[in-house]
Design a protein around this ligand. Structure first.
Ligand code: GTP
Ligand code: MG
Length: 374
C-alpha cells in the first residue's frame, strides 16, 4: 500500500501542514511536507486532531478481484460460456409456488412445511433434456418482503404465480414491483386451472394493469396456464422459461474463482454454519478458501438440493456449503479467494469497519442523550 505524505494527510484532515509537522516534531519526528507516513504514525497523528484514519491501503477489491463498487470485473468475451437461467418463483401466499416447484421437481417439499407456509428461500437445480435451470422458491406471506426482494435481485427470470381462482392479490403486486425494480423479465404462471372457480382470463385482464399483456392480446408477456396439483402443462412452463432464457443469452466465466450470493444460512448443531449459496460466476470447489460478510473459511462440504455430494459447482448452481466461521447474512455476497489468509484478512477488515461504524453510532447517541439532559 502507498504511504500517505504529511502534506496529503493535512489536506484530507483540513488542517495546516505546519501544524502536523509541529506535532510530529513533538513526537520526535523531524520531517518535511513530502515525507511519507506509515499507517501507525498517521493514525496516532490523526488521533491528536480527533480524526480517525482508515487503512484504505487494504485493497479488498484486489483480493476479491472485483471492481471498486463490488461488481464483477469484466470477463474477456472468449472466456464467457452459456450458463443456466436462475429463475425465482414469486407470488401471493398460497397461490401454489412451492407446489409448482414440487411438480417441476417431482418431489413434495410442501408436505414438510409448517402449516404449508414457506418461510425461507429454497434453491433447486432442475434438468430438462440436458438443459439446466436453477430455481429459487420464495415465501408469499406478507412478512417476507426482504426475502422476495433478495430473490428478485439474484434472478434472471421471475415466474409470477397467480392462482386462477383468486387473481391478483397484494403480494402479486409486490412481486411485480420487485421484478421491475430489478429489471427482470416476468413469465406468468396462471395456476390452479383445475379448480372449478378458475378464471384465467380474469387474471390476464387484471395483469394488463401492470403492463403484463399476453402475446395473444398483442403484448409481449409469456403466460402459461398450469395446474401444479394435477401436473397440467408443467412441461409447457419449462419450455417457456427456457425460451425466455435463450433470449437473454446468459453467460458466465466458469474458469475463475467463484463468487455469488448467499441465499439463506443457518447454524446447524452438528455441522456448524450451513449456507445455501448461488454460484453466479466462476467455479466453486470443495477446499476453496472463501469469505462472506465477516465470515471466512474453507468449503468443507458441498451438496446439492438432492443431498448429493459435489466436488465443484459451476455458474448458476445452488449449493449448500459448510466450513464458514459463522452464519453469513442472506443476501450477502461470497467470494472464493487465493488463500485462507486473504479470506481471514478481508473478513477481519470488514468486522473492524463494522465495529467502528457501531462505535460511531453509540457515541452519537450518547452525545444526543447528553444534550437532552442539559
Ligand atoms: P407460500 O409459500 O406460503 O406463499 O405458499 P405457496 O404459494 O408456496 O403455495 P403452496 O404450494 O403451499 O400451495 C397452497 C395450497 O394450494 C396447497 O393446499 C396446495 O395443495 C394448493 N394448490 C397448489 N397448486 C394447486 C393447483 O394447481 N390446484 C389446486 N386445486 N390446488 C393447488
Ligand atoms: Mg411456498
Amino acid at each position: 500500500a502507498d504511504a500517505i505524505t504529511v502534506g496529503e494527510l493535512a489536506k484530507r484532515m483540513g488542517v495546516k501542514a505546519n501544524d502536523l509537522i509541529r506535532e510530529l516534531m513533538s513526537m520526535g519526528n523531524m520531517v518535511t511536507i513530502n515525507h511519507p507516513l506509515d499507517f501507525e504514525t498517521a493514525e496516532i497523528l490523526a488521533a491528536e486532531f480527533n480524526y480517525e484514519v482508515e487503512n484504505v491501503g487494504f485493497d479488498e477489491e484486489a483480493i476479491l478481484n472485483v471492481e471498486a463498487d463490488g461488481s464483477q470485473t469484466e470477463d474477456k468475451l472468449e472466456d464467457l460460456v452459456e450458463r443456466p437461467p436462475v429463475v425465482t418463483i414469486m407470488g401471493h401466499v398460497d397461490h401454489g409456488k412451492t407446489s409448482l416447484l414440487d411438480a417441476i421437481r417431482e418431489t413434495n417439499v410442501i408436505a414438510g412445511e409448517a402449516g404449508g407456509i414457506t418461510q425461507h428461500i429454497g434453491a433447486y437445480d432442475v434438468e430438462l433434456d440436458g438443459r439446466k435451470i436453477a430455481f429459487l422458491d420464495t415465501p408469499g406471506h406478507e412478512a417476507f418482503t426482504a426475502m422476495r426482494a433478495r430473490g428478485a435481485k439474484v434472478t434472471d427470470i421471475v415466474v409470477l404465480v397467480v392462482a386462477a381462482d383468486d387473481g391478483v392479490m397484494p403480494q402479486t403486486k409486490e412481486a411485480i414491483n420487485h421484478a421491475k425494480a430489478a429489471g427482470v423479465p416476468i413469465v406468468v404462471a396462471v395456476n390452479k386451472i383445475d379448480k372449478p372457480g378458475a378464471n384465467p382470463d380474469k387474471v390476464k385482464q387484471e395483469l394488463t394493469e401492470f403492463e403484463l399483456v399476453p402475446e395473444e392480446w398483442g403484448g409481449d408477456t409469456i403466460f402459461v396456464e398450469v395446474s401444479a396439483k394435477e401436473k397440467i402443462n408443467i412441461d409447457g412452463l419449462l419450455e417457456m422459461i427456457l425460451l425466455q432464457a435463450e433470449v437473454l443469452e446468459l453467460k458466465a466465466n466458469p474458469n475463475k474463482r467463484a463468487s455469488g450470493a448467499v441465499v439463506e444460512a443457518r447454524l446447524d448443531r452438528g455441522r456448524g454454519p450451513v449456507a445455501t449459496v448461488l454460484v453466479q460466476a466462476g467455479t466453486l470447489r470443495v477446499g476453496d478458501p472463501i469469505v462472506s460478510g465477516i465470515h471466512w473459511g474453507r468449503v468443507r462440504t458441498m451438496i446439492n438440493d438432492r443431498g448429493e455430494q459435489l466436488k465443484e459447482a459451476a455458474p448458476s448452481t445452488p449449493v449448500e456449503i459448510t466450513g464458514l466461521s459463522g452464519v453469513p447474512d442472506a443476501g450477502d455476497t461470497f467470494h472464493a479467494v487465493k488463500d485462507e489468509k486473504s479470506a481471514k484478512e478481508v473478513a477481519q477488515h470488514r468486522a473492524q469497519k463494522l465495529r467502528e461504524a457501531e462505535l460511531a453510532k453509540t457515541s452519537k447517541i450518547s452525545l444526543e442523550q447528553l444534550y437532552a439532559r442539559i
